[in-house]
Ligand binder design. Structure first.
Ligand code: BGN
Length: 403
């Protein structure tokens, strides 16, 4: 017969084994499953917000618009305005992100009644502690931009920021240059307002947790640390792609971003190297908070893999002071203050310079071989030389999904 004492012993052993298994599971990739079970047994959060945001925030994330109607009710005179609290009461944590096919820009506009011309916003009932500009390099990605705007506006409002959204649209068909567009965005945004932080943001990345605050740290911040496409982990230690945040001081200290990475890849690594060459560190939010969902898409036309990136990266130490913000040449074609963002269309030239004939196209490498090669423009487009209203700028098309 088993004595009572040995029954206890078995029970303790059983519990002990369970604890060890739980601890092992919670290390590495199993955290999600364990927290899922923990949440089932935890009491629901008792903090005043209701609706879907309240019940679903734990597992799938809440509706990013859930509590924003509170904002429009305040009517305070500007001179009586207190500073916003250090921690916004509207921040709720995980956000549910999906991509419904019927979304229109008009709907996004209607859901954001406090956003004004040019995609600007300030909290209606308190003085924001931070002024953040969002810089989005763009071409042919109207469909993604629509979703980004749908999520980003309420996301930033929840954080009680004063903010502006800038879309930097590359004119013409020559190979895309993400980093140079960022340089344009930096200069043009700073020309308009004394922003204290700039978020350099890919158009297809949607933040999934509003505790990922869009304010700058003491060092340049890499915000998109956990993307779904990389299994919500950093793909490699020095990764600096997707979404990053720099103060104007950080930006100038590292001479901005390189202007000569045409096509896909490497420019973000160059920027990461610049951070350390300029004597700074990369700061990051936690993996739990710096989560992003990428809108799925095929490789872009006009953004073939850049075969020169390895050689260029090997030389960053020699080139970062010679190429960057101090040498960024471009021509602004138009600046439109649209209801949800400021649209800056810019001509950034080609590898040969702003107005020189471009070099013959290189054979694209890797995956891009399957894609039609980017067609370089034979010369600077006539409409751009004339500095006219040029090609239609990145005005969003309404309507169903293009993919
Ligand atoms: C890296 C790319 C980055 C890109 C990430 C994630 C290069 C340079 C060669 C070492 N870097 O490999 O630009 O953001 O993958 O996709 O290709």
């Amino acid at each position: 017969m088993v004595s009572i004492q040995s029954k206890w012993r078995y029970l303790f052993m059983f519990l002990g084994i369970q604890l060890v298994v739980m601890a092992l599971l919670s290390r590495e990739g199993y955290q999600k499953r364990v927290t899922y079970f923990i949440r089932i047994f935890r009491k629901p959060d008792a903090s005043g917000f209701s609706g879907r945001n309240h019940s679903a925030a734990g597992i799938n994330g809440g509706d990013v618009y859930a509590n924003l109607s509170h904002l429009s009710k305040a009517h305070i005179h500007a001179d009586e305005m207190p500073y916003c609290p250090k921690k916004s009461p509207f921040v709720r944590g995980p956000i549910h992100v999906s991509f419904p096919s019927g979304l229109t820009l008009a709907q996004v506009q209607k859901k954001n009644p406090l956003v004004v011309r040019g995609g600007r916003y300030r909290p209606p009932d308190c003085e924001a502690r931070h002024r953040t500009a969002i810089i989005i390099p763009h071409r042919h990605r109207e469909h993604h931009l629509k979703f980004l705007l749908y999520y980003l506006h309420p996301f930033l409002q929840r954080q009680q920021l004063s903010y502006g959204i800038y879309v930097i649209h590359q004119a013409g068909n020559y190979t895309f240059n993400r980093a140079k567009l960022m340089n344009v965005g930096f200069r043009e945004a700073m020309r308009e307002e004394d922003w204290d932080c700039l978020f350099f943001h890919d158009v297809d990345l949607i933040p999934e947790d509003d505790r990922n605050t869009y304010v700058c740290d003491a060092n340049p911040k890499h915000a998109a640390i956990a993307m779904d496409k990389f299994g919500y982990k950093l793909p490699y230690k020095m990764y600096f792609g997707g979404v990053s945040a720099l103060s104007p001081l950080h930006y100038l200290k590292m001479n901005g971003f390189p202007n000569n990475y045409w096509g896909w890849g490497g420019e973000d690594d160059d920027i990461g190297i610049r951070v350390s060459l300029a004597g700074m560190y990369i700061s990051r939010p936690s993996l739990k908070v710096g989560r992003y969902k990428m809108i799925k898409h095929k490789l872009d036309k006009g953004n073939d893999v850049n075969p020169k990136r390895f050689n260029m990266l090997a030389k960053t130490r020699q080139t970062w002071k010679l190429d960057g913000m101090n040498t960024a040449e471009y021509e602004i074609i138009s600046r439109q203050y649209l209801p949800l963002y400021t649209n800056i269309t810019v001509f950034i030239g080609t590898e040969a310079g702003l107005h020189a004939a471009p070099p013959p196209p290189l054979k694209p490498a890797g995956k891009a071989e399957a894609e039609p090669a980017a067609k370089p423009v034979a010369e600077v487009p006539a409409n751009i030389q004339a500095k006219g209203p040029a090609e239609p700028a990145a005005k969003l098309k309404e309507g169903p999904s293009e993919e």
